[in-house]
Design a protein around this ligand. Structure first.
Ligand code: RIB
Ligand code: CA
Length: 327
């Protein structure tokens, strides 16, 4: 089983990441940590608790950072609505928050578990992860790996060059990519073109019936209006769930090794993830650095096996529905 901490800003696609992480037997969801991003951290935390309650699950949920480390706060209310999770009915939380701050929850959990067994999965702005590194640098050597939703090697969604999670806290993402661990970047190039809630997937979820099916369909019904309108994406993009799917079955993705740098000061390019792919021979004059300073330790997600991705989501709804009906 893959032990993970899911750091998120629910968020419609974050809720599907929670679904997969909670339901699939290949994942041991050690906890959920929240961050501001799609909405303020009060709302993303409430949404995380409501989502767990709607799914009938109980896992530690720890509230995190109220905003980015340096930048002015940017929220995505225009995409996710006034609650941050508009569409589904949000039940009141059936359990209390973990009393620790998300950063302390991450540090405690990583330091308590055997080294190289816990994977961090940031799918909102990467603020909590960066702060955890600064507060306890030893987590970098103890974490198994980082699989995060963020970035893009072609084009952005909040600016022409930047993806929202990275743009919202570029300094935090810079800290995370520069730390001495392996990051798998699941970026927009894959998620907004391949990880889509197609009509066939929605029909399969609808056929399951029950409250969880309705919750998921209401999520997709709302986000289709903003992804389809503002972002002109054909069907709802289930960005964040791809990270969890990749931990359930790593063969669901193809990846390429790259040296990834985050632009933090460009007037037009702040938040851009500049990817120098090893396959392209690795641009040696990358930002003026000498060849030996280029390090291709990170990976960039390139393709997704969409049929298997859909099967995972349908399986997760079926599993949690059976569990909820039997409780
Ligand atoms: O750019 C997409 C990312 O921003 C996703 O994680 C979505 O939930 C929002 O946080
Ligand atoms: Ca998110």
């Amino acid at each position: 089983m893959e032990k993970i901490i899911l750091d998120c800003d629910p968020g419609h696609d974050d809720a599907i990441a929670i679904l997969l992480a909670a339901a699939n037997p290949a994942i041991n969801l050690l906890g959920i940590t929240t961050v501001s991003g799609n909405h303020n951290v009060d709302n993303t935390t409430r949404n995380a608790l409501s989502t767990c309650t709607a799914y009938g699950i109980k896992v530690p949920v720890a509230k995190g950072s109220h905003g980015p480390i340096v930048a002015e706060q940017v929220l995505a209310i225009e995409i996710h609505g006034e609650t941050g999770l508009d569409g589904p009915e949000l039940p009141p939380a059936s359990f209390d928050l973990d009393k620790r701050h998300a950063v302390d929850f991450i540090i405690d959990t990583v330091m308590e578990h055997e080294a190289k067994t816990v994977t961090l999965v940031p799918v909102g702005p990467w603020t909590n992860i960066a702060l955890a590194i600064r507060k306890e640098p030893r987590i970098v050597e103890r974490v198994k790996r980082v699989v995060g939703m963020g970035g893009a090697y072609t084009r952005g969604n909040i600016t022409p060059t930047a993806e929202f999670n990275i743009y919202a806290d570029a300094e935090a993402a810079d800290v995370v990519f520069r730390a001495n661990w392996d990051v798998t970047m699941v970026g927009l190039d894959l998620t907004q073109t391949q990880a889509l809630a197609t009509p066939d997937l929605q029909d399969r979820v609808r056929a399951i019936g029950g409250s969880i099916s309705t919750f998921i369909l209401d999520i997709w019904a709302f986000i289709a209006t903003t992804h389809g309108g503002l972002l002109q994406i054909a069907y709802p993009a289930i960005h964040d769930a791809v990270c969890v799917a990749a931990l359930i079955d790593p063969t669901i993705l193809t990846t390429e090794k790259a040296d990834i740098r985050v632009e933090t000061s460009g007037r037009w390019t702040r938040g851009m993830t500049v990817c120098n792919f090893e396959k392209m021979g690795g641009m040696r004059h990358f930002g003026g650095t000498a060849a030996e300073q280029v390090d291709f330790r990170h990976s960039v997600a390139m393709t997704l096996d969409h049929p298997r991705f859909c099967d995972m989501i349908v399986d997760a709804v079926e599993r949690l529905t059976r569990l909820k009906n039997s409780s």
